[in-house]
Design a binder for this molecule. Sequence first.
Ligand SMILES: O=C(O)CCC(=O)C(=O)O
Ligand SMILES: [Fe+2]
Length: 277
Amino acid sequence: MSLHITPLNPAIGAVVEGLDLTRPLEDRPYRAIERALLDHQVLFFRDQPVTPAQQASFAQRFGDLHIHPIFPQVEGQPEILVLDTAVTDVRDNAIWHTDVTFLETPALGAVLSARQVPDYGGDTLWASSSAAFDALSEPLQCFLEGLTATHDLTRSFPLERFGNTPEALARYEQARRDNPPRSHPVVRTHPVSGRKGLFVNEGFTTRIDQLQPAESDALLGYLFSHASRPEFTVRWRWKANDLAFWDNRITQHYAVDDYRPQRRVMHRATILGDRPR
Ligand SMILES: O=C(O)CCC(=O)C(=O)O
Ligand SMILES: [Fe+2]
Protein backbone atom coordinates (compact mmCIF):
# COMPACT_ATOMS: atom_id res chain seq x y z
CA MET A 1 0.00 0.00 0.00
CA SER A 2 1.40 3.41 -0.84
CA LEU A 3 0.73 6.35 1.34
CA HIS A 4 -0.45 9.70 -0.08
CA ILE A 5 -0.18 12.90 1.90
CA THR A 6 -2.07 15.92 0.59
CA PRO A 7 -1.57 19.22 2.42
CA LEU A 8 -4.72 21.23 3.04
CA ASN A 9 -3.24 24.62 3.94
CA PRO A 10 0.29 26.03 4.08
CA ALA A 11 0.35 26.35 7.87
CA ILE A 12 -1.48 23.24 8.99
CA GLY A 13 -3.40 20.12 8.00
CA ALA A 14 -3.02 17.22 5.57
CA VAL A 15 -5.13 14.30 4.39
CA VAL A 16 -3.47 10.89 4.55
CA GLU A 17 -4.66 8.16 2.17
CA GLY A 18 -3.59 4.58 1.60
CA LEU A 19 -3.79 3.19 5.13
CA ASP A 20 -6.23 0.91 6.92
CA LEU A 21 -6.15 1.90 10.58
CA THR A 22 -8.30 -1.04 11.65
CA ARG A 23 -5.14 -3.13 11.17
CA PRO A 24 -1.97 -3.01 13.29
CA LEU A 25 0.32 -0.23 12.11
CA GLU A 26 3.59 -1.46 10.62
CA ASP A 27 6.89 0.31 11.11
CA ARG A 28 7.16 2.06 7.76
CA PRO A 29 3.74 3.69 7.77
CA TYR A 30 4.22 4.44 11.47
CA ARG A 31 7.36 6.44 10.67
CA ALA A 32 5.66 8.15 7.72
CA ILE A 33 2.78 9.25 9.94
CA GLU A 34 5.17 10.48 12.59
CA ARG A 35 7.00 12.53 9.95
CA ALA A 36 3.76 13.86 8.44
CA LEU A 37 2.51 14.88 11.87
CA LEU A 38 5.66 16.97 12.41
CA ASP A 39 5.23 18.58 9.00
CA HIS A 40 1.46 19.19 9.05
CA GLN A 41 0.51 19.14 12.77
CA VAL A 42 -2.93 17.61 12.15
CA LEU A 43 -3.63 14.63 9.89
CA PHE A 44 -6.99 13.44 8.59
CA PHE A 45 -7.85 9.88 7.53
CA ARG A 46 -11.15 9.03 5.84
CA ASP A 47 -13.19 5.81 6.02
CA GLN A 48 -11.60 4.35 9.14
CA PRO A 49 -14.33 2.42 10.98
CA VAL A 50 -12.11 1.66 13.97
CA THR A 51 -13.39 -0.08 17.09
CA PRO A 52 -12.38 1.51 20.42
CA ALA A 53 -9.71 -1.21 20.82
CA GLN A 54 -8.30 -0.54 17.33
CA GLN A 55 -8.30 3.19 17.96
CA ALA A 56 -6.45 2.68 21.25
CA SER A 57 -3.86 0.40 19.70
CA PHE A 58 -3.19 2.87 16.86
CA ALA A 59 -2.79 5.73 19.36
CA GLN A 60 -0.59 3.58 21.62
CA ARG A 61 2.03 3.28 18.90
CA PHE A 62 2.82 6.93 19.63
CA GLY A 63 2.89 6.76 23.45
CA ASP A 64 1.03 5.82 26.61
CA LEU A 65 -2.60 6.87 26.78
CA HIS A 66 -4.18 9.23 29.28
CA ILE A 67 -7.39 8.49 31.17
CA HIS A 68 -9.39 11.70 31.40
CA PRO A 69 -10.44 12.79 34.90
CA ILE A 70 -13.84 14.19 33.86
CA PHE A 71 -15.16 12.95 30.52
CA PRO A 72 -17.00 9.58 30.29
CA GLN A 73 -15.20 6.57 28.78
CA VAL A 74 -16.05 3.60 26.57
CA GLU A 75 -17.00 0.68 28.79
CA GLY A 76 -14.08 -1.75 29.03
CA GLN A 77 -11.78 0.71 27.18
CA PRO A 78 -11.13 3.56 29.64
CA GLU A 79 -8.46 5.13 27.39
CA ILE A 80 -11.20 6.05 24.92
CA LEU A 81 -13.12 9.09 26.03
CA VAL A 82 -16.61 9.64 24.71
CA LEU A 83 -17.90 13.00 23.54
CA ASP A 84 -21.58 12.25 23.00
CA THR A 85 -23.95 15.20 22.95
CA ALA A 86 -26.73 12.91 24.21
CA VAL A 87 -24.71 12.21 27.37
CA THR A 88 -22.33 15.10 28.03
CA ASP A 89 -22.43 18.85 27.68
CA VAL A 90 -19.55 19.36 25.26
CA ARG A 91 -20.02 23.09 24.71
CA ASP A 92 -16.75 23.80 26.49
CA ASN A 93 -14.92 22.43 23.46
CA ALA A 94 -16.23 25.42 21.51
CA ILE A 95 -13.33 27.51 22.69
CA TRP A 96 -9.80 27.54 21.34
CA HIS A 97 -7.81 25.14 23.47
CA THR A 98 -4.94 22.69 23.65
CA ASP A 99 -5.95 19.49 25.42
CA VAL A 100 -5.13 18.89 29.09
CA THR A 101 -2.55 21.67 29.51
CA PHE A 102 -3.47 21.58 33.21
CA LEU A 103 -1.29 18.44 33.43
CA GLU A 104 2.41 18.66 34.24
CA THR A 105 2.98 16.64 31.06
CA PRO A 106 0.15 17.62 28.66
CA ALA A 107 -0.81 15.36 25.79
CA LEU A 108 1.59 14.71 22.92
CA GLY A 109 -1.40 14.33 20.67
CA ALA A 110 -4.84 12.88 20.30
CA VAL A 111 -6.68 10.60 17.92
CA LEU A 112 -10.31 11.56 17.36
CA SER A 113 -12.74 9.24 15.60
CA ALA A 114 -16.11 10.47 14.32
CA ARG A 115 -18.73 7.88 15.28
CA GLN A 116 -21.88 9.84 14.52
CA VAL A 117 -22.00 13.28 12.94
CA PRO A 118 -24.76 15.75 12.11
CA ASP A 119 -25.84 16.13 8.46
CA TYR A 120 -24.04 19.45 8.45
CA GLY A 121 -22.31 21.59 11.05
CA GLY A 122 -20.14 20.32 13.87
CA ASP A 123 -16.85 21.07 12.09
CA THR A 124 -13.59 21.25 14.05
CA LEU A 125 -10.82 23.78 13.49
CA TRP A 126 -7.13 23.46 14.35
CA ALA A 127 -4.60 26.28 14.54
CA SER A 128 -0.84 26.04 14.23
CA SER A 129 0.90 27.47 17.30
CA SER A 130 4.20 27.66 15.42
CA ALA A 131 2.62 29.71 12.60
CA ALA A 132 1.18 32.01 15.28
CA PHE A 133 4.56 32.39 16.99
CA ASP A 134 6.44 32.93 13.72
CA ALA A 135 4.08 35.77 12.76
CA LEU A 136 4.86 37.81 15.90
CA SER A 137 7.47 40.57 15.81
CA GLU A 138 10.90 39.67 17.08
CA PRO A 139 10.76 41.96 20.15
CA LEU A 140 7.46 40.40 21.23
CA GLN A 141 8.80 36.90 20.59
CA CYS A 142 11.83 37.65 22.79
CA PHE A 143 9.68 39.12 25.56
CA LEU A 144 7.32 36.12 25.57
CA GLU A 145 10.16 33.61 25.66
CA GLY A 146 11.08 34.62 29.19
CA LEU A 147 7.59 34.06 30.61
CA THR A 148 5.50 31.27 32.08
CA ALA A 149 1.72 31.02 32.39
CA THR A 150 -0.68 29.20 34.69
CA HIS A 151 -3.08 26.57 33.30
CA ASP A 152 -6.13 25.58 35.32
CA LEU A 153 -8.58 22.73 34.70
CA THR A 154 -11.46 24.63 36.32
CA ARG A 155 -11.34 27.32 33.63
CA SER A 156 -12.84 24.91 31.08
CA PHE A 157 -14.60 22.55 33.46
CA PRO A 158 -16.70 24.78 35.69
CA LEU A 159 -18.44 23.05 38.58
CA GLU A 160 -21.94 24.01 37.41
CA ARG A 161 -21.49 22.02 34.16
CA PHE A 162 -20.08 18.84 35.66
CA GLY A 163 -21.24 18.56 39.24
CA ASN A 164 -25.00 18.09 39.10
CA THR A 165 -25.16 14.56 40.55
CA PRO A 166 -23.39 13.34 43.72
CA GLU A 167 -21.16 10.99 41.64
CA ALA A 168 -20.27 13.72 39.16
CA LEU A 169 -19.55 16.12 42.00
CA ALA A 170 -17.26 13.60 43.73
CA ARG A 171 -15.43 12.93 40.46
CA TYR A 172 -15.08 16.65 39.85
CA GLU A 173 -13.69 17.31 43.34
CA GLN A 174 -11.22 14.46 42.89
CA ALA A 175 -10.18 15.83 39.50
CA ARG A 176 -9.52 19.23 41.11
CA ARG A 177 -7.43 17.70 43.88
CA ASP A 178 -5.44 15.59 41.41
CA ASN A 179 -4.92 18.46 38.97
CA PRO A 180 -3.87 21.67 40.70
CA PRO A 181 -3.00 24.67 38.48
CA ARG A 182 0.39 24.36 36.71
CA SER A 183 2.82 26.72 35.06
CA HIS A 184 4.24 26.14 31.59
CA PRO A 185 6.45 28.30 29.36
CA VAL A 186 4.50 30.76 27.21
CA VAL A 187 6.66 29.74 24.25
CA ARG A 188 7.20 26.02 23.91
CA THR A 189 9.93 24.39 21.86
CA HIS A 190 8.64 21.27 20.13
CA PRO A 191 10.72 18.38 21.54
CA VAL A 192 11.21 16.72 18.13
CA SER A 193 11.03 19.40 15.43
CA GLY A 194 12.59 22.17 17.54
CA ARG A 195 9.96 24.61 16.24
CA LYS A 196 8.73 27.23 18.67
CA GLY A 197 5.04 27.64 19.31
CA LEU A 198 2.83 29.89 21.41
CA PHE A 199 1.72 27.73 24.33
CA VAL A 200 -1.14 29.65 25.91
CA ASN A 201 -4.77 28.79 25.23
CA GLU A 202 -8.11 30.30 26.07
CA GLY A 203 -9.43 26.99 27.39
CA PHE A 204 -7.04 26.60 30.29
CA THR A 205 -4.57 29.50 30.60
CA THR A 206 -5.52 31.86 33.40
CA ARG A 207 -2.55 34.22 33.68
CA ILE A 208 0.99 35.05 32.74
CA ASP A 209 2.82 34.54 35.99
CA GLN A 210 5.34 37.40 35.87
CA LEU A 211 2.91 40.18 34.88
CA GLN A 212 0.41 42.19 36.84
CA PRO A 213 -3.16 40.87 36.45
CA ALA A 214 -4.28 43.70 34.15
CA GLU A 215 -1.15 43.32 31.98
CA SER A 216 -1.65 39.59 31.84
CA ASP A 217 -5.32 39.92 30.84
CA ALA A 218 -4.50 42.36 28.06
CA LEU A 219 -1.60 40.34 26.66
CA LEU A 220 -3.41 36.99 26.89
CA GLY A 221 -6.44 38.55 25.18
CA TYR A 222 -4.21 39.63 22.31
CA LEU A 223 -2.40 36.27 22.10
CA PHE A 224 -5.66 34.27 22.17
CA SER A 225 -7.08 36.23 19.25
CA HIS A 226 -3.80 36.25 17.34
CA ALA A 227 -3.38 32.46 17.70
CA SER A 228 -6.61 31.71 15.84
CA ARG A 229 -6.17 33.98 12.81
CA PRO A 230 -7.59 32.15 9.77
CA GLU A 231 -4.14 32.05 8.17
CA PHE A 232 -2.95 29.67 10.89
CA THR A 233 -5.96 27.33 10.78
CA VAL A 234 -7.59 24.43 8.99
CA ARG A 235 -11.28 23.52 9.26
CA TRP A 236 -12.47 19.94 8.94
CA ARG A 237 -15.97 18.94 7.86
CA TRP A 238 -16.56 15.51 9.36
CA LYS A 239 -18.03 12.39 7.84
CA ALA A 240 -18.72 9.35 10.04
CA ASN A 241 -15.56 7.19 10.32
CA ASP A 242 -13.19 10.08 9.69
CA LEU A 243 -10.25 10.09 12.04
CA ALA A 244 -8.06 13.04 12.99
CA PHE A 245 -4.65 12.84 14.64
CA TRP A 246 -3.19 16.08 15.96
CA ASP A 247 0.06 17.11 17.57
CA ASN A 248 -1.18 18.70 20.79
CA ARG A 249 2.26 20.17 21.54
CA ILE A 250 2.02 22.75 18.78
CA THR A 251 -1.68 23.22 17.96
CA GLN A 252 -4.97 24.40 19.38
CA HIS A 253 -8.44 23.35 18.29
CA TYR A 254 -12.05 24.48 18.43
CA ALA A 255 -15.16 22.29 18.05
CA VAL A 256 -17.87 24.42 16.44
CA ASP A 257 -21.11 24.40 18.45
CA ASP A 258 -23.64 25.00 15.67
CA TYR A 259 -25.50 21.69 15.20
CA ARG A 260 -27.59 21.07 18.32
CA PRO A 261 -30.13 19.47 18.78
CA GLN A 262 -28.64 16.99 16.30
CA ARG A 263 -26.55 14.31 17.97
CA ARG A 264 -22.79 14.07 17.52
CA VAL A 265 -20.60 11.28 18.93
CA MET A 266 -16.80 11.33 18.92
CA HIS A 267 -14.26 8.97 20.51
CA ARG A 268 -10.89 10.31 21.58
CA ALA A 269 -7.64 8.62 22.58
CA THR A 270 -5.21 10.99 24.28
CA ILE A 271 -1.47 10.25 24.06
CA LEU A 272 0.62 11.38 27.00
CA GLY A 273 3.45 13.77 26.28
CA ASP A 274 6.44 15.36 27.95
CA ARG A 275 6.95 18.40 30.11
CA PRO A 276 6.80 21.61 28.02
CA ARG A 277 10.13 23.47 27.72
O1 LIG B 1 -15.49 17.25 19.13
C1 LIG B 1 -14.52 17.68 18.51
O2 LIG B 1 -14.52 17.87 17.31
C2 LIG B 1 -13.26 18.00 19.25
C3 LIG B 1 -13.47 18.04 20.72
C4 LIG B 1 -12.21 18.27 21.47
O3 LIG B 1 -11.90 19.36 21.84
C5 LIG B 1 -11.31 17.14 21.72
O4 LIG B 1 -11.66 16.00 21.39
O5 LIG B 1 -10.25 17.36 22.27
FE1 LIG C 1 -9.96 19.30 22.81
